[in-house]
Ligand binder design. Structure first.
Ligand SMILES: *Cc1c(COP(=O)(O)O)cnc(C)c1O
Length: 223
């Protein structure tokens, strides 16, 4: 199957960087996700709580679901029982709710702090200063079930390769600085279909790739 070749090609590209492929399956029907699963892919990314909670029960239970969309506090409870990793934590309030819901389900939920690295106003995420405050306060909050294991960021949507590279390098530098103080930080989630090669060169450990795996999305989404 053609999809198998695409996925294996991506794995081969990621191997020298020891990075993981998150196949972003938002808007993709379950049969396409299953085809990727059958090719061996296990990590999938979804952006919308409702879409994820509808798909998850219909698909194999050993899929590792990564939540990569903006997450509202009142929706954490719907995914806390099964989500593998939440990439988009942008407040202490959200982190506390993830901790509470994870405890209810008797599990831990690895989380990434989403940083705002692009110039665009529309992107969610923390500034570096805010992320640093959150990382420092996190340890004194005594949260036991929400674990911060890394950082996530999205570069500007531009053809300007140098600009993208600067944004990724800036996040990687910040990641290294934070990791020196917080050794639990091991993951850096950056890179999408259009810029994952640049992200890998800048030290990404997880690339979130949608259209390059599944083809163009079948219906438009609102951000
Ligand atoms: C949709 C999405 C992706 C994947 O985008 P592609 O351009 O299809 O690879 C990656 N990360 C986030 C946060 C997304 O919303």
């Amino acid at each position: 199957m053609e999809r198998t070749g695409i996925i294996q090609g991506l794995w081969n590209e990621l191997t020298p960087y020891k990075a993981r492929l998150i196949a972003v399956s938002k808007t993709q029907p379950s049969d396409r996700i299953l085809a990727a699963y059958e090719a061996g892919q296990r990590d999938f990314g979804e952006n919308y709580v409702q879409e994820l909670t509808e798909k998850q029960p219909t698909l194999p239970s050993d899929i590792r679901w990564h939540f990569i969309g903006h997450l509202q506090t009142n929706k954490v409870k719907y995914i806390a029982g099964f989500v593998h990793c939440i990439h988009t934590v942008d407040s202490l309030k959200l982190l506390k709710e993830i901790d509470k819901q994870a405890a209810r389900f008797g599990r831990d939920i690895p989380c990434l702090l989403q940083l705002h690295i692009a110039r665009e106003e529309t992107k969610y995420g923390l500034s570096k200063e805010e992320a640093q405050v959150l990382l420092d306060s996190f340890e004194s909050e005594g949260l036991r079930h929400a674990r911060i294991i890394g950082l996530m960021g999205m570069a500007s949507n531009t053809d300007d390769t140098e600009k993208i590279r600067q944004e990724f390098n800036g996040l990687h530098d910040f990641f290294l600085r934070m990791r020196a103080a917080h050794p639990g930080l091991t993951e850096l989630s950056m890179g999408m279909s259009s810029d994952y090669r640049l992200a890998l060169e800048s030290g990404s450990t997880m690339v979130r790739i949608g259209s390059a795996v599944f083809g163009a999305r079948t219906y438009p989404t609102s951000a």
